[in-house]
Each structure stands twice: as structure tokens, then as C-alpha cells.
Design a protein around this ligand. Structure first.
Ligand code: SF4
Length: 91
């Protein structure tokens, strides 16, 4: 059947094929790469605290939609690319 829009079970089972139940994005810090200057916490204090040594501590629960643009900005300014947004923030 040419032009069919039916999807196979393989396609349906992939997370990107199920955007309606995708988990919220969360912030992930590469603790090896992070230099601890805290620029991300200055831009996103709602979700990022600094520990006693100046390293970021991400609040659990993912990034609310209202803060996604701020989170993207915090990711963009990280000078060592240690901060990223991920669907599965446990990684
Ligand atoms: S901006 Fe990047 S390097 Fe600086 S504290 Fe945040 S994650 Fe670490």
C-alpha cells in the first residue's frame, strides 16, 4: 500500500515516536568537566543551587515548561559544555 502512514511496532516503541508520554527534560551536569564557577546558577537560580565549593546542585523534578528557555540559556553559557538538557536526566 503506497503512501501508507501506518507505523510498525518498532517505530511506535521508540521514545521519539511517543512524544505524548515523553518525560520532561531535566538538567544534567558532567561533574568531571564542570569548573564550578556557577554561571548556570546565576542564570537559573530556580533550579540550580551551588554547594559549598561552588559546584551546581540540580533540583530534582525536571525543568518546568515555563523555565525551559532559561534552562537552554544556562546550558548555552556553560564555558566547558558541562551542562545539558536531557529527557532522561538520571544519566
Ligand atoms: S556553568 Fe558549567 S562549568 Fe560553570 S558551574 Fe555551571 S555546569 Fe559548571
Amino acid at each position: 500500500m503506497a503512501g501508507s502512514t501506518n507505523r510498525s511496532w518498532d517505530q511506535i516503541d521508540r521514545p521519539e515516536a511517543r512524544p505524548w508520554d515523553a518525560p520532561p527534560q531535566g538538567l544534567v551536569v558532567d561533574r568531571i568537566a564542570c569548573d564550578g564557577y556557577g554561571m548556570c546558577a546565576e542564570l537559573l537560580p530556580e533550579l540550580i543551587d551551588l554547594d559549598d565549593w561552588g559546584y551546581p546542585m540540580i533540583r530534582p523534578g525536571g525543568v518546568p515548561d515555563a523555565l525551559l528557555d532559561h534552562a537552554r540559556r544556562a546550558v548555552a553559557v556553560c564555558p566547558v559544555l558541562a551542562l545539558r538538557l536531557a529527557r532522561d536526566a538520571r544519566r
